[in-house]
Design a protein around this ligand. Structure first.
Ligand code: FNR
Length: 183
């Protein structure tokens, strides 16, 4: 049976390049993996009071989706050299309440995409810093920072040959990473 992989996309916008990356990974994934894009746009801004009061239903559903996953892939844009607020919000929500960190022990991977030349390097590594603290076991290689990312997709949002090369390399390596950690 294929492993269930939760995919978190850090952009909420309709024409997001990072969502195109996530959808392409979904299609290029080997049969060992089944990728599901998890919506984080409906998650209210995290408030520590929610650790004591019953959390909003959207929080419970999101945490459960992460708990049920065999692994998690983070697809992140870069906002001001870091991850977007929506991504950090999702990371924080599933890390709480204390003692119930839903991310813990999951085989993870981070991929970033930007129209700029640095491919979201800053966001990618800020995110890895939080994931280390949360016990996500992040794949180290291949590092994947997709620079000038719109050039990797055609008008229909499909990756071109170069795009497929980077994305296949990433998702095939991740399948191996999941197998190593869950065998
Ligand atoms: C950006 N963008 C950006 N790009 C980058 O490479 N480094 C950066 O630090 C920033 N900073 C930044 C801040 C804010 C507030 C916005 C809205 C945008 C540009 C960004 O890479 C571009 O909008 C991407 O298209 C965002 O990814 P999605 O939404 O297409 O997936």
């Amino acid at each position: 049976m294929s492993k269930r992989i939760a995919v978190i996309v850090g952009s909420l916008r309709k024409d997001s390049i990072n969502r195109k990356v996530a959808r392409a990974l979904q299609r290029l994934a080997p049969p060992a993996l089944s990728l599901e894009l998890i919506d984080i746009g409906g998650l209210a801004l995290y408030n520590q009071d929610f650790d004591l009061e019953p959390p909003a239903p959207a929080y419970a559903a999101f945490r459960e989706q992460i708990r049920q996953a065999d692994g998690v892939i983070f697809v992140t844009p870069e906002h001001n050299r870091s991850m977007p607020a929506a991504m950090k919000n999702a990371v924080d929500i599933a890390s709480r309440p204390p003692g119930h960190n839903a991310w813990s022990g999951k085989p993870g991977a981070v991929i970033s995409a930007s129209p700029g030349l640095q491919g979201g390097f800053g966001a990618n590594h800020h995110l890895r810093q939080s994931l280390a603290c949360l016990d996500v076991l992040c794949m180290a290689q291949p590092e994947t920072y997709l620079s000038q990312a719109p050039k990797l997709f055609d008008e229909a949002g499909e990756p071109n040959e170069e795009g497929r090369k980077y994305l296949s390399r990433f998702i095939d390596a991740y399948a191996g990473w999941v197998e190593r950690l869950t065998a």
